[in-house]
Design a binder for this molecule. Structure first.
Ligand SMILES: *[C@@H]1O[C@H](CO)[C@@H](O)[C@H](O)[C@H]1NC(C)=O
Ligand SMILES: *[C@@H]1O[C@H](CO)[C@@H](O)[C@H](O)[C@H]1NC(C)=O
Ligand SMILES: *[C@@H]1O[C@H](CO)[C@@H](O)[C@H](O)[C@H]1NC(C)=O
Ligand SMILES: *[C@@H]1O[C@H](CO)[C@@H](O)[C@H](O)[C@H]1NC(C)=O
Ligand SMILES: *[C@@H]1O[C@H](CO)[C@@H](O)[C@H](O)[C@H]1NC(C)=O
Ligand SMILES: *[C@@H]1O[C@H](CO)[C@@H](O)[C@H](O)[C@H]1NC(C)=O
Ligand SMILES: *[C@@H]1O[C@H](CO)[C@@H](O)[C@H](O)[C@H]1NC(C)=O
Ligand SMILES: *[C@@H]1O[C@H](CO)[C@@H](O)[C@H](O)[C@H]1NC(C)=O
Ligand SMILES: *[C@@H]1O[C@H](CO)[C@@H](O)[C@H](O)[C@H]1NC(C)=O
Length: 549
């Protein structure tokens, strides 16, 4: 009788059709049945609080509402997502501590994939003005991946959104690429088939094209994809109103012809010529573009304010119970419903992905082919344990004080003839200080210790107005401190497969982020902890101060 019970269970399981795994071959995406997969998506995230400020020209939100954590909301919205005919939603910020089962399973059962951005507002993203790739950020990304790893409908994880926004900021691409490398290694170690993506702002071809090529290239020149993104996203708002392929997309199409990995429009839907007709859908999913682009994500389901104006396809009643759709919704639904993108090439003729060598840096694209090392939590924790003066914040919300304190401590060290070079990295020169991968709070302990040791262990010099505590177990001479620090950090220079932190391992950072916001073409320019370090680097060079070399 045992067999028949199993047979019945098997039949029941089979009757709920599981969502198909999506994989890439060459530069295309395919479902398990061998058909090409095109993303027909919509951005799905209620906008967080936006503080209008001259320092926030792109109106980036300062907090977020996890769109996949409230089952009531997902149940409310699912019929509308189905009416739109989407097969994917993009979520810009999610909270790894919350439960996503209801939303993720509901979407999966409806055949809807998710594209999950790993970054968070404020201190949870790669900072375009002062980039670093540090243990706290890697651990945040890993925690998010772990909390979504049980779902079968995570199409991709984005390691960044619009981190690079201009030629003079292309050095930050080295950090994006390092993040993609480490996230990819982590996903591989978990046998996850989710893709690693990046979503780029649109821009001048002289830096946009090399950036795309750089993110998908092999710096070692041996056709390895280990440091390459799997999926390139372009936030493209070129098609406005009643445009045409020729006038809006032909140039972009030419720029990306032959691109080596799958690509899609990670945002589209210009609002400058209302009403939105969404006629770009016809072009994007046609043979004019299908050789490069695997579809796109329309921006945005929820209302969203950006520097360009007001987006959105629905409004929600004040009590959160009811959805009202607008003309944007109806038009997009019609357009999505009327396209049938070409089912070519076949998967067998798509080949494997080639990874060309990386573009040579020049004046419009400056990122080095020497990437930051994998952030090494064990090394940074070892360092922290051996530092003689430790940052011990008296507030839970210390992300706002790390920056000013780093600025202050580095200025003291500078006045005494030392420097903060060990904390700094530079994606243009490809040089990364021995502590540049540590959490900013560890960086701060390091600089505090530098100052404390340099003043012959004067207890006052570890106070920092009550933010520092003397570690009596630490080495108390500069040479012993150097030996201990060097020993901790000796393994922190290379690339390795990261592991999940053992629990409570990561502690906060203070660098404010770019990119995680749910808004079209967003950016941020707040001062950041590591930015302060950069400012202080100019001060002095090593003398009697204790400085790691
Ligand atoms: C994530 O959710 C937890 C649990 O509700 C909450 O304590 C925490 O503040 C949230 N984090 C963010 C950044 O919203
Ligand atoms: C890049 O150029 C812009 C405008 O020209 C300027 O505001 C910004 O500070 C520059 N960024 C860097 C990192 O030099
Ligand atoms: C830099 O190289 C890229 C190709 O990688 C090219 O498109 C761009 O025009 C070059 N810029 C300059 C200033 O030469
Ligand atoms: C868009 O173009 C079509 C075809 O040329 C035309 O019928 C329609 O009126 C135009 N709509 C708007 C809003 O410009
Ligand atoms: C989920 O959303 C509904 C509708 O907006 C709201 O009433 C409810 O409080 C939310 N639940 C949680 C746990 O936030
Ligand atoms: C944390 O501190 C920053 C600045 O120091 C402040 O802007 C922010 O509102 C604080 N957050 C909370 C949750 O108190
Ligand atoms: C990185 O190095 C380049 C080239 O030396 C320099 O122009 C740039 O200012 C440096 N960036 C930082 C943040 O120090
Ligand atoms: C810690 O440093 C911050 C920033 O400089 C300062 O506002 C605060 O008073 C200091 N002391 C304590 C106990 O937080
Ligand atoms: C951001 O800062 C808060 C403290 O204000 C900290 O709890 C959190 O871990 C930080 N996040 C990251 C990714 O560093």
């Amino acid at each position: 009788m045992r067999t028949s019970v199993l047979a019945v269970v098997g039949a029941l399981v089979a009757s709920v059709q599981a969502i198909q795994k999506v994989t890439r071959s060459g530069r295309y995406l395919y479902t398990q049945d061998g058909n090409r997969f095109y993303i027909k998506g919509v951005a799905y995230q209620e906008q967080g609080a936006v503080v209008a400020d001259p320092n926030n020209p792109f109106l980036e939100p300062s907090n977020y509402i996890d769109p996949l954590a409230n089952g009531t909301v997902c149940q409310r919205d699912l019929p509308y997502l189905q009416q739109l005919g989407v097969n994917a939603v993009r979520a810009y910020s999610v909270n790894a501590s919350l439960n996503h089962d209801t939303c993720m399973k509901m979407l999966s059962n409806a055949g809807i994939y998710t594209i999950i951005d790993l970054s968070l507002p404020v201190n949870g993203s790669l900072d375009r003005n002062s980039p670093s790739w540090t243990t706290n950020l890697l651990d945040l990304y890993i925690e998010t991946i772990d909390s979504f790893s049980g779902y079968d409908n995570v199409l991709a994880y984005n390691v960044g959104n619009e981190v690079v926004i201009a030629a003079n900021g292309t050095g930050a691409a080295a950090y994006v690429k390092a993040a993609a490398r480490d996230v990819k290694a982590y996903l591989n170690s978990k046998k996850s088939s989710s893709l690693v993506g990046y979503a780029s702002i649109d821009g001048d071809a002289t830096w946009l094209d090399p950036l795309a090529n750089y993110l998908s290239c092999d710096p070692s020149g041996s056709n390895s994809g280990s440091a390459a993104i799997d999926l390139y996203g372009l936030n493209n708002y070129q098609w406005c109103g009643n445009s045409t392929f020729q006038s809006s997309y032909a140039g972009t199409e030419g720029q990306f012809a032959g691109y080596n990995v799958p690509a899609y429009f990670s945002e589209f839907g210009c609002i400058t010529s209302p009403p939105r007709l969404w006629t770009e859908v016809g072009a994007l999913y046609s043979s004019q573009m299908s050789d490069v682009w695997s579809g796109g994500v329309a921006f945005s389901y929820f209302p969203a304010q950006s520097a360009q104006g007001q987006f959105g396809m629905v409004t929600i009643s004040a009590d959160g119970s009811t959805v009202f759709v607008n003309n944007d919704f109806t038009s997009l639904k019609t357009q999505y419903g009327s396209v049938t993108p070409p089912n070519i090439p076949t998967q067998s003729s798509a080949g494997s992905t080639a990874y060309p060598s990386c573009p040579q840096p020049n004046s419009s694209f400056v990122a080095s082919n020497h990437l930051p090392p994998t952030p090494n939590l064990a090394a940074c924790q070892c360092l922290q344990d051996h530092l003689s003066c430790q940052f011990t914040p008296q507030t839970q919300n210390y992300s706002g004080i790390v920056g000013p304190l780093l600025d202050y401590a580095c200025s003291l060290v500078g006045q005494a003839g030392g420097n903060c070079l060990a904390l700094a990295g530079n994606g243009t020169t490809g040089s990364y200080g021995p502590i540049s991968g540590c959490d900013p709070s560890v960086m701060l302990s390091y600089v505090m210790s530098e100052y404390y040791l340099g003043t012959n262990l004067n207890p006052q010099s570890c106070s920092f107005a009550g933010n520092g505590t003397i570690n009596h177990n630490a080495p108390s001479s500069a040479s012993a401190a150097n030996a201990a620090a060097s020993s901790c950090l000796s393994s922190a220079t290379g690339t390795f497969t990261p592991q999940a932190p053992s629990s409570g391992g990561s502690s906060g950072g203070s660098s404010k982020g770019s990119g995680s916001s749910n808004g079209a073409s967003v950016a941020s320019s707040d001062a950041k902890a590591v930015y302060y370090v950069g400012v202080m680097l100019a001060v002095g060079f090593a003398s009697g101060m204790w400085t790691l070399t």
